[in-house]
Design a protein around this ligand. Structure first.
Ligand code: CTP
Ligand code: MG
Length: 175
């Protein structure tokens, strides 16, 4: 029972970040966020990070978070879930943090000479969650249990979601 509550609290908190991270592959952006700029002969971020993808990722994360802000008043207190209260600020931090983490991951990949779309285990799956949690922590306190649950469970969930995106031809690579 306690585990179920912990899982509910964890995914409730990270939902806007998951939403923000899942959306960019769907919007088919073209203009790269780094405008093609290079440093030390390598792209700053690469063609996989577009202006449109990043912008609509944040928007979609905030839409999901807005639904949570609205819906949280209807979660029966008797369930004893004790969900973190969603606020516009927290929702923004989660969505923007997720995008920032994804961009930071690409920045690191380009610095170690990895091409766009190359696989960097853990960084690809967890960059967005780590940044989303750090950003969110400026607004709420997050228990270590929630952090551990999200770090561990996001890896298989992300891999599974990407495999589905690959089969649905939304993503070029199954990672
Ligand atoms: N995408 C986007 N804007 C973003 C993030 C992603 O437009 N900010 C789109 C791109 O079409 C990208 C796809 O979603 O190719 C998959 O995202 P991701 O796997 O994060 O990017 P990669 O192409 O693998 O690039 P990188 O190697 O830099 O991670
Ligand atoms: Mg990728």
């Amino acid at each position: 029972m306690e585990l179920i509550i912990l899982l509910a609290q964890s995914f409730w908190l990270i939902a806007p970040a998951y939403a923000a991270n899942a959306f960019p592959p769907l919007v088919k952006g073209k203009k790269p966020l780094d405008f093609g700029k290079k440093i030390f002969g390598r792209r700053l971020l690469g063609d996989g990070k577009t202006i449109k993808g990043t912008f609509f990722g944040i928007i979609f994360g905030m839409i999901i978070g807005s639904l949570q802000i609205y819906g949280q008043n209807y979660v029966p207190a008797e369930l004893g879930l004790n969900l973190i209260v969603m606020t516009p600020m927290l929702v923004f931090l989660l969505a923007a943090g997720a995008m920032a983490g994804d961009l930071a991951g690409s920045f690191i990949k380009r610095r170690v000479s990895m091409e766009r779309g190359a696989s960097f285990p853990l960084l690809d799956q967890l960059g967005f969650v780590v940044f989303a949690l750090i950003f969110a922590s400026f607004s709420v306190s997050i228990s270590i249990e929630i952090v551990i649950v999200l770090l561990v469970l996001t890896i298989p969930i992300h891999l599974l979601a990407n495999a589905i995106g690959y089969l649905a031809r939304v993503k070029k690579n199954p990672w």
